[in-house]
Design a protein. Structure first.
Length: 232
C-alpha cells in the first residue's frame, strides 16, 4: 500500500516531463486567454514560405504561408506579445518583434515584405476595419504599399477607385468598387503614364487586400508587381 501511495508523485512528474518533451518543437497549442485574430500575408519575394510564432509557439500549424498567400485569420493572444517570423525552408529567423493586437475579438493583418537576402525584410501591421458594404454589388478593396525601396505610387482599380501618393508601408481602409474583372494601373505619384498594368477579379460582398510587391529593378519573383488576397 505504501509503495502505491508514493508512486503517484512519480507518475505526475513523468507525465509533466512527457508533456514538456512534446512541446519542444514549438508547435504546441498556445496558452488560452483573451484572443484576437491575426492574418499574415507573405510578400517576401526570395523565400518559398514563412511561418510565424507567438512566444515561441508556431501558429500556422496546418500549412506554411507560401509566397503571395495568407495564413487566414488565426486566434492569437490579445495585447503586446513577442512574435517571430521564420523561413519555412531553413528556420532562419527573419524578425523577432513585439506586436500588439490590442483589442479583444478584433481582427488584424500583418504583411511580411522585402527580401531575406538583402536584409530588407519588413512588417506592416494593420488593424482590420470591415466597413459596411453600402452597395451589395460592390467588392471592398484596400491597398498596402509593400515594395521596399521604391518611390510613391498612385494606384487605380478600374475606373472608379484610386489610392494616391502611397509610400512604402502606407495602407488604406476598405473602399467599394464594382465587382468583376478590374484593370490595375500603377503610376509614379503625380504622373499619368502607367509603369505597371495588370488585372484582378473581385466578387461582390467580399473584402480584399491589394498590394504592390517586389522591386522596380527586380527580376523573377522579385519583379515589381501587384497581388491580391481575400480578407473576408
Amino acid at each position: 500500500m505504501s509503495l502505491k501511495k508514493y508512486s503517484y508523485p512519480v507518475m505526475i512528474c513523468l507525465i509533466a516531463l512527457a508533456a514538456w518533451g512534446c512541446n519542444k518543437s514549438g508547435d504546441a497549442a498556445p496558452v488560452i486567454g483573451p484572443q484576437s485574430r491575426l492574418n499574415v500575408i507573405n510578400a517576401v519575394t526570395d523565400i518559398r514560405a514563412i511561418d510565424f510564432y507567438l512566444n515561441g509557439t508556431r501558429q500556422n500549424t496546418n500549412s506554411a504561408i507560401y509566397l503571395y498567400n495568407s495564413s487566414g485569420y488565426l486566434n492569437v493572444l490579445t495585447g503586446e506579445q513577442q512574435y517571430q517570423f521564420k523561413s519555412d525552408t531553413d528556420r532562419t529567423v527573419l524578425a523577432d518583434i513585439k506586436l500588439n493586437p490590442a483589442k479583444k475579438d478584433s481582427s488584424y493583418t500583418l504583411v511580411a515584405a522585402g527580401q531575406q537576402s538583402n536584409n530588407s525584410f519588413s512588417t506592416i501591421f494593420l488593424g482590420d476595419v470591415f466597413v459596411t458594404n453600402s452597395n451589395a454589388k460592390n467588392a471592398l478593396v484596400r491597398f498596402v504599399q509593400a515594395s521596399p525601396g521604391t518611390p510613391s505610387y498612385d494606384i487605380f482599380v478600374g475606373d472608379t477607385l484610386s489610392f494616391k501618393n502611397k509610400t512604402f508601408k502606407d495602407y488604406t481602409g476598405f473602399q467599394g468598387v464594382g465587382a468583376g474583372k478590374k484593370k490595375i494601373k500603377v503610376m509614379l505619384a503625380g504622373t499619368t503614364t502607367p509603369i505597371l498594368t495588370d488585372s484582378v477579379i473581385v466578387q461582390a460582398g467580399s473584402y480584399y487586400t491589394l498590394l504592390t510587391r517586389g522591386s522596380r529593378t527586380g527580376s523573377g519573383k522579385n519583379a515589381f508587381g501587384v497581388s491580391i488576397t481575400l480578407s473576408r
